[in-house]
Design a protein around this ligand. Structure first.
Ligand SMILES: *Cc1c(COP(=O)(O)O)cnc(C)c1O
Length: 355
């Protein structure tokens, strides 16, 4: 067995909600630990999935996800060949690590960030270099640049960043990419980009200008399709062709393709989700400010905040029906922005606990 696997600390998925709820003897438990969509899924997805012909079950899916590919290409004015689909963005991260990292290569990440980047680099026996975020939680681009060596193959920019929630504008990203060596790939993970309130947030257009930039998206968050597992990356055409070689030919099943297609067509649902999230995010940040609870400025659907008895607070919330994310940084917690109801309850519970 590879030594890297024996030593690997695996990603621990969320415990099934019903199971945890009954263990705790609760009548209701809301998960605000996984940045899921609290507003559900577009109604049109239901129709698409229910209407999907059962009679096609014996056939392999469309290995190119043609309809979804064409829709996305049109929306962002891309060549359809620039897109590679994955079983969630998770699988795209696996493919990228597999294609670009050899043992001893370096991968550069900002810290803290999404844990899967380092996990898959470890599996490929690459060396992970971390550059701490700035005091405001943002990416330290100048120290990231300094940390790049001839061995650096991948650089991850999670934007907005999970878990800090902070956002980098396209100008800063372009300024960074323009100074990165041409054979170092810059990966911009835009899992939460729909939630950004500023206009022109996406770095998608940079894929037409720089062959070494990749922009990644998922249907799991704003589109409310976490269970269907659909994500994609946008590359320059030449790089996409290489990554396609390692993709399993039928990775995204037909029902997932149908669901993502329907969800993508219903931008009204996404706009509504984004609007509600922005309102509740503002509300929750104002509450933290009022309470003197330090937090980063979020442009995502979650907020990262500091609390001196963090684990105890998380435990108190859990026993009162709200699961939030611990263990990302000592005395810091990440909470998904829930509905107005959730917010009111969370604020009441935090006030109660802080007394
Ligand atoms: C949720 C998340 C993903 C994974 O998305 P899936 O498409 O559900 O696999 C990727 N990157 C970041 C930063 C995330 O938070």
């Amino acid at each position: 067995m590879k030594k890297a696997i024996e030593e690997l600390q695996p990603y621990i998925p969320e415990q099934p909600l019903e199971e945890l709820q009954s263990e705790l003897g609760l009548s209701k438990l809301v998960r605000l630990s996984a940045n899921e969509n609290p507003y559900g899924t577009s109604e049109t997805v239901k129709d698409a999935v229910v209407n999907w012909a059962y009679s096609q079950s014996n056939r392999y899916p469309d290995g190119d996800a043609t309809e979804l590919r064409n829709l996305i290409s049109e929306k962002f004015s891309l060549d359809p060949k620039q897109i590679v689909f994955g079983v969630g963005l998770d699988e795209v991260i696996v493919m990228l690590s597999r294609v670009f990292l050899e043992p001893g290569d370096e991968e550069l990440i900002s810290s803290p960030t999404f844990s899967e980047y380092a996990l898959h680099a470890e599996i490929e026996e690459a060396v992970i270099k971390k550059v701490p975020v700035l005091a405001n939680g943002g990416i330290d681009f100048s120290n990231m640049l300094k940390a790049i060596t001839p061995k650096t193959k991948l650089v991850w920019i999670c934007n907005p960043n999970n878990p800090t929630g902070t956002f980098e504008n396209v100008k800063d990203i372009e300024h960074f990419v323009s100074q990165v060596p041409a054979d170092t790939l810059v990966l911009v993970d835009e899992a939460y980009i729909d939630f950004v309130s500023e206009p022109n947030a996406t770095a998608m257009d940079l894929t037409k200008k720089y062959p070494n930039i990749v922009v990644m998206r998922t249907f799991s968050k704003a589109y409310g399709l976490a269970n269907f597992r659909v994500g994609y990356a946008v590359f320059s055409k030449e790089v996409a062709e290489q990554v396609q070689k390692v993709r399993l030919p039928y990775n995204v099943n037909s029902i997932a393709q149908e669901a993502a297609t329907a969800a993508f067509k219903d931008q009204k649902f996404v706009d509504e989700v984004v609007k509600n999230n922005a309102e509740q995010r503002t509300q929750l940040e104002a509450f933290f400010d009022e309470q003197g609870i330090k937090h980063y400025q979020s442009q995502a659907n979650f907020i990262f905040f500091e609390y001196k008895d963090a684990d105890k607070l998380a435990d108190y919330l859990l026993h009162n029906g709200y699961l939030i994310r611990t263990g990302l940084r000592p005395n810091w917690l990440r909470i998904t922005v829930g509905t107005a109801d959730d917010n009111q309850n969370i604020e009441r519970l935090i006030k109660e606990f802080s007394k």
